[in-house]
Design a protein. Structure first.
Length: 91
């Protein structure tokens, strides 16, 4: 017997999406003040976008990870990036 979802599935009901593209941006601060880094995430080939404000250390670390990760997911509700998947029992 086929089960049907209790509610219509909408873009807002999808909680975990795959990262398709990303872009770092830097916004200049006031004179003498540090700038602001942002990371724009394009998810599921543009079905969803998210912009995160991050500090310089996070920008550096995320650039390193994102440039080498094969697959990245983003949990929209928890605002969490998840890097890669590994089959159980494999290293």
């Amino acid at each position: 017997m086929a089960q049907h979802p209790g509610q219509p599935i909408t873009d807002d009901s999808i909680k975990v999406r795959q990262l398709s593209h990303y872009q770092f941006s830097w916004i200049a601060g006031e004179p003498g003040q540090p700038g602001t880094w942002t990371l724009q995430l394009v998810l599921d080939q543009g079905a969803w976008e998210e912009v995160l404000t991050i500090d310089a250390d996070d920008a550096d670390n995320l650039q390193d990870i994102l440039s080498t990760a094969g697959t990245v997911y983003y949990d929209v509700q928890r605002r969490t990036l998840m890097f890669g998947t590994t089959e159980a029992g494999h290293h």
